[in-house]
Design a protein around this ligand. Structure first.
Ligand SMILES: Cc1cc2nc3c(=O)[nH]c(=O)nc-3n(C[C@H](O)[C@H](O)[C@H](O)COP(=O)(O)O)c2cc1C
Length: 278
């Protein structure tokens, strides 16, 4: 596959987009379109200077009302790194990653600004939580993109939220600061294939939301994804509960995944950190 933007888009969505010719080899855009997560790393360390540079780029992301409600805890202490990894045994590669970060929503700072200035914080509701979470998501996206531009690979980890209280304790997260995602990073040990996505029309609606073609999207996507990145037929989720599928595609796998409840306690954790969420 030649490294043009069109080809990466084709590999991702299974359809061609009329990419303007002058953008076909745009390095920045190709970097975004060719995104993949990495979970295996060489032993090469990531220099503190590089990491600091990437974090400075990441925190250059836009922030709702310039309130700047995100932060990161850089887990430098290897013992803490390993303890966090130990809480997530299904992802043993976390322990081996050269870098572990925990990106957090931070609604504490603005509350402290109010205290400092003697004004009330009159926004103790769900939107404040969401704003901090969205800000953090943008920071995370910037970090991933910047890291990939330097040859690093990363994988975000929502799994840290499975143990929000313990990890929050280890990292000293105070009230109104909550983990959004962890992040491992390092130099990739192997090439990864692009993960196909649903057809672009499933994401992009013109004027009005329209999922009239939903079943066709899923069927075509299952087939396309299976052709390029098949799921291991021996690793069907919970065949005792759901049976063994003759064709085990993305939709079957994801439907089975979300049939099992996870992180039911996260809301309670967030409330315990002082958010009302009303
Ligand atoms: C918010 C978020 C949380 C994620 N959490 C995990 C995780 O806990 N473990 C993991 O292996 N991958 C995690 N991922 C990576 C996704 O599994 C990955 O993005 C998805 O499979 C698509 O693959 P790609 O990133 O290579 O396109 C997460 C991704 C995002 C955006």
């Amino acid at each position: 596959m030649s490294d043009t933007l069109s080809n990466f888009i084709q590999a991702r969505f299974g359809e061609s987009v009329d990419v303007p010719e002058r953008l076909e080899r745009n390095v920045e855009l190709i970097g975004l379109a060719a995104h993949r997560s990495h979970r295996a790393f060489t032993g090469e360390t990531v220099s503190p200077a590089l990491l600091r540079t990437l974090l400075a780029i990441a925190f250059s992301a836009p922030a709702k009302s310039d309130l700047q409600q995100s932060c990161v805890v850089q887990v430098n202490d290897r013992t803490v790194h390993e303890r966090i990894a130990g809480l997530i045994p299904s992802m043993p590669w976390i322990a081996d990653a050269p870098v572990l970060l925990v990106f957090c929503g931070d609604n504490r700072r603005i509350r402290r600004v109010c205290e400092l200035r003697g004004t009330p914080f009159a926004n103790d509701h769900l939107d404040s939580f969401l704003n901090a979470a969205v800000d953090t998501g943008l920071v995370v996206a910037g970090f991933i993109r910047a890291a990939q531009a330097t040859g690093l690979g990363c994988c975000p980890l929502s799994a840290v939220r499975n143990h929000a209280a313990e990890i929050g304790e280890m990292l000293g997260l105070p009230d109104h600061v909550f983990p959004v995602v962890g992040m491992v990073a390092g130099y990739p040990a192997k090439e990864r294939r692009i993960t196909p996505r649903l057809p672009l029309d499933a994401f992009v609606h013109a004027d009005r939301y329209d999922d009239g073609a939903f079943e066709a999207w899923i069927e075509s996507y299952d087939a396309r994804r299976h052709a390029t990145l098949p799921l291991n037929p021996d690793r069907q989720r919970d065949p005792g509960r759901f049976g063994r599928a003759d064709f085990y595609g993305w939709s079957e796998d994801k439907a089975r995944q979300v049939a099992v409840s996870e992180r039911e306690d996260f809301g309670a954790f967030v409330r315990s950190k002082g958010f009302r969420l009303d």
